[in-house]
Design a protein around this ligand. Structure first.
Ligand SMILES: [Zn+2]
Ligand SMILES: [Zn+2]
Length: 484
């Protein structure tokens, strides 16, 4: 069978040997890369806003030569680089675009790219720095047009300008209050309070997303180019629905509105939204980027010549230990290939959704606003609804036996923890202020130890407090920072 496929020719150019099989078509490496690149570029040209960013602008009816030049210089975008396959491929295609423009326009380009990597542990930094250096070498021709930045998520809490609050959820009412705090938990401490990988994954995602967007706001980028593939977006849609966060699907896919939570200054773009994750992974191998992946296991399912040993027994997490996101991903991974149209149907349906109408009703309270934990728009009073469906009133102690059990319980670890929670709750209910939470976040908070988190306030002071970058120690990078 290998012999047969080795002789087979690409269906597009009819010249080169077939290396990839995707969407029932057989490609050579070159034609496959072109196929993927064009899909990404189509998204990068999907509106006037993005065209103005990515195109090389010259003098025309609406702008002078100087204005065009300035606009090219101002067209700066941010790529959050996790070192998974998608963000690496996205960045690599951007580098090719820059190289092409620079050839066509005498060294000039229509835009420049800043790359941001967020990390959790100091020990991760070694590998990240090493891989960034490899990328710098790879992108040598576009030196100055692609710049790398690294940020510690823990340092983010340090640089909140003391704008932190402790949010506490009421165990019976499902209402939530918050009060100022000056000390904070490290990311590790925060995640340890979560009952499962689902909630810790969510909290980590909220923080990382906020850090990326805050960085974007502070540095005036025109857009964030997220690496999400079609598969990843589809699993995001399914997971949001399952987690009771379905109302956020429309906002989370919106490429064409300015991000209203961050002052309408930039847009969020998903240039890989027409590309399946398996295709991204195939591109990764073909482009020789697989050595640069960190913490991700790229699949070679579309490659004619498999690059991996059979390691299907490796890295398999038990289904019961998977997060909802991982389950959705597993589902889509399993159907990619034969049923990939299901993935695009999920995405197309999600894309058609609109935000729910704001619910202004109920006790004269206006329910518009943002969730204090995930920053999602609020459409209804979720705590009120939860109160109406749940029975959570305690049962009074009636006899000596029950009192004895109660005493024993109060002295147990759970009892002591509960007493701590009651004390905290009472004090916040006395001194705090109302902070709204969405349904999904109430459910998350209800599982977190002592139902509280120390969380940024997301106010203007916090947004303007400058994030401390880790300075990368390459000579020219040092100079750039000093020059500011
Ligand atoms: Zn070909
Ligand atoms: Zn929320």
């Amino acid at each position: 069978m290998t012999d047969q496929s080795a002789q087979e020719l690409c269906q597009r150019c009819k010249k080169d040997e077939v290396t990839v099989n995707s969407r029932k078509e057989k490609f050579c490496s070159k034609c496959f890369q072109k196929f993927i690149t064009l899909k990404q570029r189509k998204q990068m040209m999907s509106s006037d806003y993005y065209r103005d960013i990515f195109k090389m602008l010259y003098k025309d009816k609406v702008r002078t030569a100087q204005e065009a030049e300035q606009q090219n210089l101002d067209s700066r975008i941010l790529v959050p680089l996790s070192f998974g396959s998608s963000s690496l491929v996205l960045l690599d295609i951007l580098n090719d675009t820059l190289t092409e423009q620079s050839h066509q326009h005498k060294g000039k380009t229509g835009f420049s790219v800043d790359v941001l990597t967020c990390y959790r542990h100091e020990e991760d930094l070694v590998q990240i720095k090493e891989n960034i250096n490899s990328l710098r070498e790879r992108y040598q021709v576009n030196k100055g047009k692609i710049n790398f930045h690294v940020l510690s998520l823990d340092s983010f809490f340090n640089s909140c300008g003391n704008e932190l609050q402790q949010i506490v959820l009421h165990y019976q009412e499902f209402s939530s209050m918050g009060a100022d705090v000056t000390n904070f938990d490290t990311i590790d401490q925060l995640l340890k309070k979560c009952p499962n990988r689902n909630s810790s994954g969510d909290l980590l995602y909220f923080i990382t997303r906020h850090v990326v967007k805050k960085y974007t706001l502070q540095h005036g980028y025109k857009a964030i180019l997220w690496g999400h593939s079609m598969t990843r977006l589809a699993d995001e849609i399914i997971s949001l629905v399952v987690k009771g966060r379905g109302a956020q699907v429309a906002t989370s896919l919106d490429m064409h509105s300015f991000d209203s939570v961050y002052g309408n200054k930039f847009k969020n773009s998903y240039p890989l939204k027409d590309i399946l994750l398996d295709e991204v992974d195939a591109y990764l191998y073909i482009a020789g980027l697989d050595q640069l992946v960190i913490g991700y296991d790229a699949r070679d399912s579309l490659l004619i010549n498999k690059v991996k040993q059979d390691n299907s027994h490796k890295n398999i997490r038990l289904v019961r230990n998977m997060t909802i996101n991982e389950l959705a991903r597993k589902y889509f991974n399993d159907i990619e290939g034969d049923y990939s149209n299901i993935i695009s149907t999920v995405l197309r349906t999600g894309d058609k959704l609109a935000e729910p109408e704001f619910n202004q009703g109920g006790e004269g309270k206006e329910e518009s606003g943002k969730c204090s934990l995930c920053l999602g728009n609020l459409h209804s009073d979720a705590s009120k609804w939860l109160r109406s469906i749940a029975v959570i009133q305690g049962y009074p102690i009636e006899n000596e036996e029950e009192r004895e059990f109660y005493e024993k319980w109060s002295q147990s670890a759970v009892g002591i923890e509960n007493a701590e929670y009651m004390k905290l709750k009472d004090s916040i209910w006395e001194n705090g202020t109302y902070v709204p939470l969405c349904y999904g976040c109430i459910i998350t908070m209800n599982g977190i130890k002592n139902r509280n988190v120390k969380w940024p306030k997301f106010n203007n002071t916090e947004l303007n407090d400058v994030l401390n970058e880790y300075v990368l120690s390459e000579e020219d990078e040092d100079e750039i920072i000093k020059a500011h």
